[in-house]
Structure formats: structure tokens, C-alpha cells
Design a binder for this molecule. Structure first.
Ligand code: UT7
Length: 330
């Protein structure tokens, strides 16, 4: 599914990372692992985790307020809040409703999107469509996660990867800057079992047994996900560039979902893109699922890496399977 337009613009970005750091050395004391193994296999040195009592909407609200300030808007100006998350405050109501209340966006509609690590670009594409259709003027698109709440810190194969954080953007009708040129979405439901949080939904409701079996934590088959990620990211990036009538070398900066540095490296190698065109911060934050792209976009902007007119390609891959990609003219 793809769409082309020259209308929606990103007029503000913001991010929030909880201050508490969980380093590889901390993990060495929790499971049988080493700092050297984690860095070599993933590129991660540390990640952020929330304190007890902090929920996804707390991180999302802080990122959203920063994005609104950057766009010079007040919460009352927001028409729509779309939050992508796999770690909602509750199964329902939507985390976006908590955000609406916390930031005081009294006029806004609010709902969540679930497309796992690919979800932020799914949410971006929905927001873009609302702007294009003229049914919303100021849309807040958020990616926010508290993955530490669903991470099994006794399982060394998963607990080394994940971190908490939130990023947000404001979408408004295009003003010639930071225009979303293309978004492309895809999925393959034949691999739902390779990356999942098994219990707590209607299929396997929470019970004493699911808790004993630790099914309320993220489970994945790492090597399979690793290979599928590279294949599907490579393909969706090629398609997005072709759909936009561009060549790979036209793209100035690639911001990929921060899942594993080796996945990013292998994808770039297949595409023939030099690594100096990559922005990454996985070393500092680990894999923050939906939040990784908007956090990276905000950081790249604040570090002055994004220059007016630059073509930026965002791409993500996650459980579902889902994948998504977007090209923005900064
Ligand atoms: O955003 C999408 C979500 N991301 C994912 O679902 C993860 C994608 N997969 C990956 O990032 C990688 O597969 C991992 C980082 C999870 C694992 O890296 P790998 O290079 O694929 O390692 P592996 O699973 O093939 O394991 C290699 C060895 C095994 O030991 P043996 O069987 O060779 O003796 C593991 O038991 O490394 C062992 N191992 C560890 N050793 C030290 C697995 N986890 C650890 C660990 N520390 N934390």
C-alpha cells in the first residue's frame, strides 16, 4: 500500500528518554552475558528504563509537549492524537486518551495504532492522510514505549535489547518544508509467532499459568527475526525509493528502526549505501520499538544533521510481521 503527495509537513519534533540508565554492566549482574557480547552482536551499550509507576503515556506526553513547542502550537490547537505503541497504559482505553488528558488537548480526537516496531510510520501515514483529506489541521503523531515492563530480565536472549522512550512529531498542511513525500506500508501475517507477547489478550488471557510460564513477556526467535528484518527492510526501502521516482544515491540520510546495529549494517550493505549516510543511536537507547524512529529523527534534527532540502528515508520492521518506510524532503 503506498501513497504519494506533497502536502503534509513535519512542523515540530520532540523526544523524551527517562533518565535512568541500564548499562550492559548492569545486565552482566542480572543474566549470563557480557558487555563485549552485547556490543558485538547488537551495538547496544546502554538503554533507558522508567522508574516504577511511570507509564507509556507519561513518556508520550513529555515528547508530545516538546514537539508542540517546536511547532509553536499549544495543546488546544491539536485536532488528532495518534500514538503507536505495543506497551499501552492499558489494553483499553487508548494511550492517546491518557495523553490527551495529560497535555490538555481538549479539542483532539485520540486513538492508538498497533503495528509493533513499524508502527510509527503507520501512524505517520494515517496522520498524513487526515491532513491530505483536509479533515485535520494539526496532528500529533507519537511513538512511545515502556518495553522494560514486558521484558523478561531472566532471559539473556531478549533482555539485552529493549529500552524505554518516546518521540513525537507534529504534522500540518505542507508549507514547502519537511514534506512527507511517500509512505509505504506492508505486512505478512504468516509470521505472527516469530516475535510476540503471547499472553494477556483474548487468545491467551492472563492466568496463573501464563504468569508461571512467563508468557506476559516479549518472546522472539532472534535469528529468524534477524534474517526477515534484513530481507524486508531492503525490499521496502527499494520500493519506497522507486515509488518516489528517486535513486538510492539521492537519499541523504537513512534513519532505520534501531533494532540491532548489525541489521542496519547488513541492510545498507545489500542496498549499496555507505554507512556514513546512516543516523543511529542504538548504542545509547537500545531498541525502543515504535519510539526509535521519532527519537532518532528528533536527535538528528537537533544535532544539525538534517539540512533543508535533504531527502531523509525512514524505515522500520517489526512483529506482525509489519514493515513501513517513508521519504521526507527536509
Ligand atoms: O525490532 C525487532 C525486534 N528484534 C528482534 O526480534 C531481535 C532480532 N534478532 C537479533 O537482534 C539477534 O538475533 C540477537 C541479538 C537477539 C541474538 O544475536 P545472534 O547473533 O543472532 O545470536 P544467536 O541467537 O544466534 O546466539 C548465538 C550464541 C548462542 O550460544 P551457542 O548456542 O552458540 O552456544 C546463544 O545462546 O550466543 C548465545 N547468547 C548469548 N551469549 C551471551 C544469546 N544471548 C546471549 C547474551 N549473552 N545475551
Amino acid at each position: 500500500m503506498s501513497q504519494n503527495n506533497h502536502r503534509a509537513s513535519i512542523t515540530g519534533t520532540g523526544a523524551f528518554l527517562p533518565p535512568k540508565r541500564l548499562t550492559n554492566f548492569d545486565l552482566e549482574r542480572m543474566v549470563d552475558t557480557t558487555d563485549a557480547w552485547i556490543i558485538k552482536r547488537t551495538g547496544i551499550k546502554e538503554r533507558r528504563v522508567v522508574e516504577n509507576g511511570v507509564a507509556t503515556s507519561d513518556l508520550a506526553s513529555k515528547a508530545a509537549l516538546r514537539a508542540l513547542e517546536d511547532a509553536k502550537l499549544s495543546p488546544e490547537d491539536v485536532d488528532l492524537i495518534i500514538t503507536s505503541t505495543v506497551t499501552p497504559d492499558n489494553l483499553f482505553p487508548a494511550t492517546s486518551c491518557y495523553v490527551q488528558q495529560k497535555i490538555g488537548a481538549k479539542k483532539a480526537g485520540a486513538f492508538d495504532v498497533l503495528a509493533a516496531c513499524a508502527g510509527f510510520i503507520y501512524a505517520l501515514s494515517i496522520g498524513q492522510n487526515f491532513i491530505n483529506a483536509g479533515t485535520a489541521s494539526n496532528v500529533l503523531v507519537i511513538g512511545a514505549e515502556c518495553l522494560s515492563k514486558v521484558t523478561d530480565y531472566t532471559d539473556r536472549s531478549t533482555c539485552i535489547l529493549f529500552g524505554d522512550g518516546a518521540g513525537a512529531i507534529v504534522l500540518q498542511k505542507g508549507n514547502g518544508h519537511c514534506e512527507v513525500l511517500t509512505t509505504l506500508l506492508g505486512a505478512d501475517g504468516s509470521h505472527t509467532d516469530v516475535l510476540t507477547l503471547p499472553a494477556g489478550g483474548s487468545k491467551i488471557p492472563t492466568s496463573t499459568k501464563t504468569i508461571e510460564d512467563r508468557l506476559h513477556y516479549i518472546k522472539f526467535r532472534g535469528r529468524e527475526v534477524f534474517k526477515l528484518a534484513i530481507t524486508n527492510l531492503t525490499e521496502v526501502i527499494r520500493q519506497t525509493v522507486a515509488t518516489s521516482n528517486l535513486k538510492m544515491e539521492d537519499i541523504d540520510l537513512f534513519i532505520l528502526h534501531q533494532s540491532n546495529y548489525r541489521i542496519i549494517e547488513a541492510t545498507m550493505e545489500r542496498l549499496g549505501v555507505p554507512m556514513d549516510k546512516i543516523f543511529y543511536n542504538i548504542d545509547k537507547y537500545g531498541n525502543t520499538s515504535s519510539a526509535s524512529i521519532p527519537i532518532a529523527l528528533d536527535e538528528a534534527k537537533r544535532e544539525g544533521i538534517l539540512k533543508p532540502g535533504n531527502l531523509v528515508l525512514l524505515a522500520a520492521f517489526g512483529g506482525g510481521l509489519t514493515w513501513s518506510s517513508s521519504i521526507i524532503r527536509w
